[in-house]
Design a protein around this ligand. Structure first.
Ligand SMILES: Nc1ncnc2c1ncn2[C@@H]1O[C@H](COP(=O)(O)OP(=O)(O)O)[C@@H](O)[C@H]1O
Ligand code: SF4
Ligand SMILES: [Mg+2]
Length: 387
């Protein structure tokens, strides 16, 4: 996270500019492989990322976060919309056209177990980007890889070891070192700590934060729960079923969430303030599953699970509007703001949509916590242990 605040940096030219981004995965059936439908994984995202800032992207599993990450790094080609990086329109660039830009845009993946080739040494893995891009670092590849290992808190002497000799957190550090090898401008981290033991998560998040200050990086950090990104994000985009439902700077999002879905996600996060920890708080438990992105609900996609839903919510999609400076919200009946359609009739389903639970302590959260996919947890933590 940087010291930039939203107003200071608003005038700066964005590093990444995304407009109306769409990715529909076709569903094909039968012998003729005719298209019978599409998974609307990403369905019209617009946002900017300014140089030096961290944009956190949060939402339940399956809402299109990884697809978004792969679109903005152009590992996938968009179905529609536009992606601009440092003034270049990269939306439909070919692999050859993208090659020089590949140095500037890097991705860190969720699973440090499957993203590192087990047959290659750490030296080969972290040094691979130099080979791929035909770059000869000053002092040679080995020296540069050792510098990178040191930078991410690993022992540079372990250049010749293999991934299985490292713990989960250390492997994620190796992935980070590889991503930083070519001195990128933008790093997209897709759930960088979700597969790690909770005790290690903060260390890796703090490492990313320190590296940002040191190297002037710009981040998009994807997470399925707010607790991971709350400390490192300058701004946060909340996604639901392929769309951004709220985009705001971190402080105002936490102080006064405006979208009902944001409010529900936040009520699932334990209160970190020790003075408030004993206080009674209410937790909003969303009922029902996330609907399918093949046939998303009409109108507001959240209306099947929203306790504020009225008739208009089922028929008219709320546009993402700037309701306060630096805050965009897509809701007909936002929290902490004037109601857009005050007299509309409440949908009967709204009364059933949530369960409010009183909790007296910051207990471990379960029910609304978006489904996470816990990865294998290494027994060799804690780390770094100077292996
Ligand atoms: N290559 C693909 N082909 C078809 N459907 C896909 C593909 N990749 C992702 N999806 C679908 O797109 C939706 C969004 O997935 P994803 O972007 O991985 O969400 P998230 O990262 O938020 O969990 C899911 O329904 C997923 O099944
Ligand atoms: S538009 Fe309606 S259904 Fe959607 S979040 Fe707002 S109140 Fe809920
Ligand atoms: Mg994902």
């Amino acid at each position: 996270m940087t010291d930039n605040n939203a107003t200071d940096s608003a005038s700066v030219e964005p590093l990444l500019k995304v407009e109306g981004l769409v990715k529909h995965f076709p569903i094909r059936k039968g012998l003729l492989q005719r298209q019978t439908g599409a998974v609307k994984a990403v369905d019209g995202l617009s946002f900017d990322v300014r140089p030096g800032e961290t944009l956190g992207v949060v939402g339940e599993s399956g809402c299109g976060k990884s697809t978004m990450g792969r679109l903005i790094t152009r590992l996938l080609e968009p179905t529609g919309g536009k992606v601009e990086f440092a003034g270049h329109d990269i939306t439909h660039m070919s692999a050859g056209q993208l090659r020089p830009l590949r140095r500037d845009i890097q991705m860190i993946f969720q699973d440090p177990y499957s993203s590192l080739n087990p047959r290659h040494t750490i030296g080969t893995i972290v040094g691979a980007p130099f080979k791929l891009q035909g770059v000869q670092p000053e002092g040679g590849v080995k020296k540069e890889v050792q510098r990178l290992l040191g930078l991410v808190g690993l022992n540079p002497e372990h250049y010749n070891r293999y991934p299985h000799e490292f713990s989960g957190g250390q492997r994620q550090r190796i992935g980070i070192a590889r991503a930083l090898a070519l001195n990128p401008k933008l790093v997209v981290a897709d759930e960088p700590v979700s597969a790690l033991d909770v005790s290690i998560q903060a260390q890796v998040v703090n490492l990313l934060d320190d590296l940002q200050d040191e190297l002037g990086l710009t981040y998009v950090i994807i997470a399925h729960d707010l607790s991971v990104i709350r400390h490192v994000s300058d701004r946060i985009a909340v996604m639901y079923l392929g769309k951004i439902v709220e985009l705001a700077d971190r402080k105002s999002l936490y102080e006064a969430p405006m979208h009902p879905y944001t409010k529900a996600l936040m009520s699932a996060v334990p209160v970190p303030d020790p003075r408030r920890r004993g206080a009674k708080s209410e937790r909003i438990l969303l009922k029902g599953d996330v609907p399918s992105p093949i046939a998303p609900p009409s109108g507001c996609r959240f209306h099947t699970r929203c306790w504020k839903a009225t008739e208009i919510c089922g028929t008219q999609e709320p546009p993402l509007l700037q309701l306060k400076p630096g805050r965009q919200v897509a809701c007909h009946h936002p929290e902490n703001a004037e109601d857009q359609v005050p007299d509309d009739k409440v949908l009967p389903s709204a009364r059933e949509a949530v369960e409010i639970v009183s909790v007296s302590k910051a207990e471990p959260v379960s029910t609304t916590e978006p489904v996470s996919k816990p990865g294998p947890v290494s027994k060799t933590e804690p780390e770094p242990d100077g292996v």
